[in-house]
Design a protein around this ligand. Structure first.
Ligand SMILES: Nc1ncnc2c1ncn2[C@@H]1O[C@H](COP(=O)(O)OP(=O)(O)O)[C@@H](O)[C@H]1O
Ligand SMILES: [Mg+2]
Length: 359
């Protein structure tokens, strides 16, 4: 079976900005694949090239083994011939048309037979729970329902590939979570390939079979959500996925000391054999992977916050701050108290290497 999408050296340049830089990627049929990265990293541009709204400055794009775009051959299949379903962040519904007509309209443009238009429209409305609202106008409906119209419209064209660009960003958190499941259910039912663009790592983790993490137009890592979480390719990826602590350290006599908190004693953990003595390092750890223990490096509790079932601690080792999160049942340290910490799974990064700034 040929891949749903194949991108070879795909590049897009806007003036002096390389929005997408030599992207190579294969997405299999039926996969749910996410593009994840901070705002401005090139996700939408990549999606628009896949959809056919943007030409490629370099590279080629195939779908189902068929050439869709090639900069070398100056070949571009127009968007309407690609038959991809598309849903964007803004609720792109036509206000002067009923829900039914919003969904049926693209099928009319395609000049499908009347009975097929009716069949497909009704099927898509049913799949998105909009049958009751069919004769209503979009502005009478909630944001979630409006976004369902957009989904129904995309489903009705019976696409092999569904392109979704931050489709849930304008919805409130509860609805967002619910609609994630709805998108997955639609995919299970119809079997299309999903390409899902988001800057929300939790959303990408929850939805994806595989995902890629992008920074400034360059792919940092491709893999399953857990692989990327557990085995990040670099400091940027580590910091973009999940919560992270970075702690400046020094190695002395085969022991790890916090740089600025030497008096608190050594940090437990393995020291990599290949450390470069000319580089200053940070150790990195997830706040959930640091335990309160009877021994280990000494720290002081400076803030303690209840986040539902999780207790979030801000601690200080000397003058270095770090966060620790523990389930409420396992949390013991009190505000102002001195405690001891044990670290699980330390990663080591060059202190100068960039982290992702999350907003
Ligand atoms: N039409 C355009 N003209 C000029 N620059 C653009 C255009 N579209 C996107 N860019 C630039 O390309 C980069 C990637 O943008 P975009 O793909 O929209 O990022 P994302 O979707 O990840 O937030 C950004 O630096 C953006 O400013
Ligand atoms: Mg975007």
């Amino acid at each position: 079976m040929s891949a749903a999408l194949e991108l070879k050296d795909v590049t897009k340049i806007f003036g002096s900005v390389k929005a997408v830089n030599k992207l190579n990627l294969t997405i299999e049929q039926g996969e749910c694949f996410s593009f994840l990265g901070p705002s401005g990293c090139g996700k939408t541009t990549t999606l628009r090239m896949i959809a056919g709204f943007e030409n490629l400055d370099e590279g080629e794009l195939y779908s189902g083994g068929k050439l869709f775009s090639s900069s070398y051959k100056h070949y571009y299949l127009p968007p309407e011939k690609r038959d991809f379903g598309m849903v964007f962040q803004a609720f792109a519904v036509w206000p002067h048309m009923t829900v039914y007509d919003n969904v049926a309209f693209p099928l009319k443009i395609k000049k499908l037979p009347k009975n097929e238009i009716a069949e497909r429209t009704e099927m898509a409305l049913k799949a998105t729970s909009l049958t009751k609202e069919a004769e209503m106008f979009p502005q009478k409906l909630s944001g979630g329902q409006q976004q369902r119209i957009a989904l129904a419209r995309a489903v009705a064209i019976n696409p092999k590939v569904m392109l979704l660009d931050e489709p849930l960003s304008n919805l409130d958190p509860h609805l967002r979570e619910e609609m994630r499941f709805e998108i997955k259910a639609l995919q299970d039912k119809f079997g299309f390939t999903v390409i899902y663009v988001t800057h929300d790592q939790a959303e990408a983790m929850a939805l994806s079979d595989r995902m890629l993490v992008m920074k400034e137009g360059v792919v940092q890592q491709v893999g399953g959500p857990l692989d990327i979480y557990n085995d990040p390719a670099n400091k940027f990826v580590f910091s973009f996925i999940g919560l992270s602590d970075f702690i400046p350290v020094k190695v002395k006599n085969g022991q790890i000391f916090v740089d600025g908190g030497e008096e608190c004693g050594p940090v437990n953990g393995d020291i990599p054999k290949n450390l470069d003595p000319s580089i200053e390092y940070d150790i990195a750890c997830r706040p959930s992977e640091i335990d309160f223990a009877p021994d280990g490096v000494r720290a002081q509790v400076v803030r303690r916050t209840y986040l539902g079932d999780i207790v979030d601690y801000l601690l200080k080792i000397g003058n270095v701050e770090l966060r620790v999160q523990k389930p409420r049942r396992h949390s013991t340290a009190q505000l102002g108290e001195t405690c001891h910490l044990r670290f699980n799974r330390l990663l080591w990064y060059d202190r100068k290497e960039e982290t992702a700034s999350k907003t």
